[in-house]
Design a protein around this ligand. Structure first.
Ligand code: ADP
Ligand code: MG
Length: 715
């Protein structure tokens, strides 16, 4: 039986027209949508202050009766105000509410009728020598126990169009009055709620909006957070199960080939690499589609792990695709795969490069090769999936640096086989992800973590340097010259391309301008210490063809100093690079800084990272830089980053309006809740794989996106 949920009722059936209009302008159309507007915070009525002892500047709560209330036009001619005279029987005090026009004040006037008693809370001000309250919060207490009312938390909402907090509270109260708890569906089954101390949805909503005690709204928030986590996890687990139900081509392990490759590599695999290779090898040999997240710190050697996986697939007669987020990276990956494979000679599979810059003829040829199911490896960017490229022989997709990669591309990839079969999928992250994030965002993926680095690496020493300290700055450039004189490479990273380039988070105007690639390159070229050193510039505006040449010049040492934006941030691999100078490093996020640092320290030669920053730092900026200098461990930094960020920065805003939009769940605080929800989700789907017995859950999941949230937005 299908019953209409009390939450689906249009607000127009419950609220005055004007209120409905204001709600609708804020995208809130139904009872459920209004009830899911969370209070921003809760205020408290204070201890009652007798009217006789009010003092200017104090925050007070008073109990008073309305003696009179009048609308008055402001003398200036603009706007009106409502003047209410309040009394405790002996003293009088006025409360004033201002507005542009009397319509706005009419609802307050209707409530503040003479003879009724209210609690008023606000700051005592003075006007023309008389004490008054301006825009106090108020709550009727007629017939109610004053103590009880006074102990209630006051929910404070962010204004919604023309609706102020108190008006939202009234609208919610009107709506709640009509809600039958039994008509409010629960996404979380009652057994699950009972096990996890979670309130029924209706109860949670009431306690959220009309709490009697602080505990009420805390429980409500926790319950709503659990519900969010639960829906999200059911979605992730179900999606995973759906994928597993479709077979992928199996690629039996080919130990001989892998052995001969590893024997020919210029290095020994680390233990972590071996373990990852073994796990992935087992996955690929099966027809159950692999969905694995490979996490490893910058420079931990994920590429070679991916290569061995690709080799296994190609050796079994399938095709492998390796997707990179940028052309520079795709080119690098193609080059390094080819050089790692070179010792195999005849037995090395074809590695082809397909990006947006691939000339049409070459592109046609690669597309045809893919369509022919001839076993090969194609490395590429998004261009790989344009115009429905067909890859019937696809056995494995490796996605590098996932968080730059959209949901659509991944969907396009899954569609690339066209024959209804699945593919194995290996997702590699650019930087380690905190566990809670991995669970909420990549919850459908198996997680493999590679710890440690190849043993011949010396750690990168990190120094913070105040850019106003001339001695430090001179020393840094001196050091750059020394490194280059010894045949090494130096990166200099700036937040801007040229002086006119606006940076996203605009600085205050008094601050000195941020370093730009154009200016810094010009400055460095004029430095006697660097005379004769070829200096290239690399930014997002550099044409693709030129980019490749610049990277080549840098890599081989023809132009050993590269001034760049964060285009060098991800994955670029030049082992001879030993110095990374980051200018205006306060501009970058912790993950970015760590990525940048990861461009050096790629050989046994000791490397250095100098993070220059401006003299004035925000508290958050300083904390970030200090955390950065304190540890080289990406997993640790990921956790630190999460602690230093605000929730809103972590979980992207792009998901608002979908069922997976997180309003209450905090990936900062709610790890335990997320874990519990995960367990329950798995148990539920085991019992009821199609969710036939859980219509509300099904409805929410259908309404939602595929459950992925952008976990980190880069600044
Ligand atoms: P990331 O995990 O950041 O993608 P890469 O795969 O780019 O790291 O590897 C960084 C560098 O380390 C490459 O030059 C790669 O050839 C090299 N490398 C990978 N594994 C090892 C190892 N076990 N020993 C030494 N060098 C290695
Ligand atoms: Mg990499």
């Amino acid at each position: 039986m299908y019953s209409v949920s009390a939450l689906d009722v249009p607000l127009a059936l419950r609220l005055p027209k004007k209120t409905v209009k204001a709600c609708e302008s804020a995208g809130v159309h139904t009872v459920g949508e209004l009830l899911s507007v969370p209070p921003r915070r809760y205020d408290h009525w204070g201890r009652l202050t007798p009217m006789s002892s009010l003092r200017e500047g104090e925050d007070v709560t008073i109990l008073a009766e309305v003696a009179s209330a009048h609308l008055v036009a402001n003398r200036s001619g603009s706007g009106v105000r409502l003047e209410a005279r309040l009394t405790d029987g002996t003293q009088f005090l006025s409360a004033t509410f201002f507005a542009r026009n009397h319509y706005k004040l009419a609802p307050i006037e209707r409530l503040l009728t003479p003879g009724r008693s209210f609690l008023f809370a606000g700051k005592v001000g003075a006007y023309r020598g008389k004490l008054q309250l301006t825009h106090p919060s108020f709550e009727g207490v007629d017939g109610d126990d004053v103590e009880r009312v006074a102990s209630r938390p006051i929910p404070i909402y962010s204004a919604m169009g023309s609706l102020a907090s108190w008006a939202i509270a009234r609208a919610i109260a009107m709506v709640l009055d009509h809600v039958e708890d039994s008509d409010v569906p629960d996404a979380v089954p009652s057994a699950v709620r009972a096990r996890n101390g979670v309130l029924a949805h209706a109860d949670a909503l009431r306690r959220l909006h009309q709490p009697e005690t602080d505990d009420d709204y805390r429980q409500a928030r926790r319950s709503l957070a659990f519900a969010e986590a639960f829906v999200l996890q059911v979605g992730l687990v179900a999606a995973r199960a759906g994928v597993r139900a479709v077979p992928a081509p199996a690629s039996p392990a080919s130990p001989a080939l892998v052995e001969s490759l590893t024997a020919l590599l210029p290095f020994e695999l680390t233990d972590s690499q071996r373990e990852a290779v073994a796990r992935i090898g087992v996955d690929l040999a099966s027809t159950v589609p692999m969905q694995r997240l490979l996490q490893g710190d910058v420079g931990s050697g994920k590429t070679v792990v991916a290569l061995i996986a690709l080799l296994q697939v190609v050796a079994a007669g399938h095709q492998g695709v390796f997707v990179a987020p940028t052309e520079v990276l795709a080119e690098q990956h193609a080059a390094s795969l080819r050089s790692l494979l070179a010792p195999l000679g005849e037995r090395a599979p074809d590695v082809r490069l397909l990006t947006g810059s691939t000339p049409p003829a070459a592109r046609r040829e690669i597309v045809a090769a893919l369509a022919s199911a001839h076993p090969l490896i194609v490395v590429g960017t998004h261009a790989l999936f344009q115009d429905g490229v067909r890859v019937p022989g696809l056995g494995l997709v490796v996605v590098d640096e996932q968080h730059r990669f959209g949901v659509e591309q991944r969907a396009a990839l899954s569609g690339a086989r066209e024959d209804g079969r699945a593919v194995h999928e290996l997702v590699m992250t650019a930087t380690p992800i905190p566990r809670t994030i991995a669970m909420t965002v990549f919850g459908g993926l198996d997680d493999t973590r590679m710890v440690g680095k190849p043993k011949d690496r010396s750690p990168v020493a990190t120094y913070l340097a105040d850019a106003t300290n001339g001695a430090w700055v001179r020393r840094a450039w001196q050091r750059a010259a020394e490194e280059i004189a010894q045949g090494r490479r130096v990166y200099v990273v700036c937040p801007r391309i040229d002086p006119s380039d606006e940076v996203a988070d605009a600085e205050d105007e008094d601050a000195p301008p941020l370093a730009s690639v154009a200016e810094v390159a010009r400055y460095l070229r004029s430095q006697p210490a660097l005379a004769g050193v070829a200096i290239h510039e690399l930014t997002g505006r550099t044409p693709a063809g030129v980019k490749a040449q610049i990277m080549e010049d840098f890599s081989c040492g023809r132009a050993p100093l590269l001034v760049a934006t964060t285009v060098v941030e991800v994955g670029v691999d030049v082992p001879e690079a030993t110095l990374m100078v980051i200018l205006d490093s306060q501009q970058f996020g912790l993950a970015q800084l760590h990525q940048l640092r990861g461009r050096v320290g790629r050989s046994s030669v000791p490397s250095l990272c100098i993070a220059m920053h401006r003299h004035e730092l925000t508290e958050a900026g300083r904390a970030r830089l200090e955390a950065f200098a304190q540890t080289n461990d990406g997993f640790e930094l990921a956790e630190a980053d999460l602690r230093l960020r605000k929730e809103g920065d972590v979980v992207g805003a792009g998901q608002s309006g979908t069922a997976t939009h997180l309003r209450y769940l905090s990936v900062l605080r709610d790890e335990a809740l997320i874990r519990a929800a995960r367990k329950e989700a798995e148990a539920l789907l085991n019992e009821d794989p199609t969710l036939g017995g859980h219509p509300e859950l099904r409805r929410l999941l259908r309404a939602g996106s595929d459950g992925r949230l952008e976990w980190m937005q880069r600044s």
